[in-house]
Design a protein around this ligand. Structure first.
Ligand code: ASP
Length: 355
């Protein structure tokens, strides 16, 4: 009888061991499910954007591209992709759209050429990459990422950046690829306004009326995201400012000014009058206020954008994500093209003060 009990006990023990082994095998085969919520926010530039002057069609075009860009980034995050991948995907989509001042459709410098700036920063290791004054790179944000990942440097400029691009397998495009009629007319208009002191300025071209010509309307693009690992990445890409001097570099590629990310505080991408944004170290200042003062991302953004920049007479705005996946934006201009999907999957696309 005793031996029957012993055999049954042995059988149960073996079954239990088998179950435990099966359970561990199952656990290791199941991908790790993270509880870290993801979030993304993007901008397409800030400036004098007036709803009354914008046609419904144009507004719908802007909203559609913003929606597509933010959704593309968010989908990557939901699938477990990194925040760097999400930021590069969202920004490249906007670089390829003629609506924004980045990549195709960027603004002209005084000489009638296009010079592009971009940067990216990872909050996980404070690694960063930037390119300035490039003329032949279709998606400068991708080259900024290569500078970050494949070079020992943070910033490469002009022909040196383009030689590095070729070595990294990028193909160069002609500077004409970026040029659009709308931006050419903008440059012409600004030069006409500056030289028309003794005569009335020329009538405004209908294409400029459509796009509400205003030299204070900027249009840089940027994105900030947090992924399932809790890593924050921020990126920014721009053609700079219409009629800028050849060789002028704005805040977008300057780490700490136009872009900054640190997993322990937040990530920021800025848009506005670059010279002021560099002097105010906008992106880093916001993250530093979050870190040192312990205030919210929204409060830190407002302190810098609504007080510090306003006191400097500088117009523009910022977007950001903090370490707890909160998203926030702040701007002191009439409008800012922006969109986001927060940690609760709540999405928005907005252009004007409130909507
Ligand atoms: N910050 C950019 C620059 O100064 C312009 C912009 O944001 O629209 O180059």
């Amino acid at each position: 009888m005793n031996s029957i009990y012993r055999s049954i006990a042995l059988l149960i023990k073996s079954l239990l061991i088998m179950l435990m082994v099966f359970d561990t095998t199952l656990a290791s085969a199941t991908p790790e499910i993270s509880n870290q919520p993801v979030a993304i926010i993007i901008h397409g530039g800030a400036g004098t954007i007036k709803q009354a002057l914008m046609s419904d069609e144009l507004e719908a075009e802007y909203r559609a591209v913003l929606n597509e860009a933010v959704t593309r980034g968010h989908t990557i995050l939901l699938k477990g992709g990194s925040s760097s991948e999400a930021v590069v995907a969202a920004i490249s989509l906007m670089e390829d759209s003629p609506l924004f001042n980045a990549g195709y459709g960027a603004v002209f410098n005084h000489q009638g050429d296009i010079e592009l700036d971009a940067s990216i920063m990872q909050g996980s290791d404070l690694n960063a990459g930037a390119v300035a004054s490039v003329r032949h790179i279709k998606n400068p944000i991708k080259l900024a990422r290569s500078v970050m990942n494949a070079s020992p440097h943070v910033m490469l400029a002009g022909s040196g950046a383009e030689l590095f691009a070729q070595q990294q397998g990028f193909s160069l495009v002609s500077n004409d690829y970026f040029k659009t009629e709308r931006r050419r007319l903008q440059l012409e208009r600004i030069i006409d306004q500056q030289t028309s002191i003794t005569r009335p300025p020329k009538p405004v071209h209908p294409l400029l009326v459509k796009y509400q010509f205003d030299e204070k309307k900027l249009g840089t693009v940027g994105a900030v995201a947090i992924d399932q690992q809790g890593n924050i990445t921020a990126g920014t890409s721009t053609g700079g400012m219409t009629n800028k001097r050849f060789g002028r570099i704005g805040d977008a590629p300057v780490i700490g000014a136009g872009t900054y990310a640190d997993n322990s505080s937040c990530g920021i991408s800025a848009t506005g009058h670059g010279e002021y944004f560099i002097r105010a170290a906008v992106a880093h200042d916001i993250c530093a206020r979050v870190a040192y003062k312990g205030i919210s991302l929204q409060a830190a953004q407002d302190e810098v954008v609504q007080i510090k920049l306003v006191n400097m007479n500088a117009s523009g705005g910022v977007i950001g994500v903090d370490k707890d996946a909160n998203i926030a934006f702040s701007f002191n201009s009439l409008g800012m093209y922006r969109a986001g999907i927060d940690k609760h999957n709540k999405a928005f696309v907005q252009i004007f003060q409130r909507n």
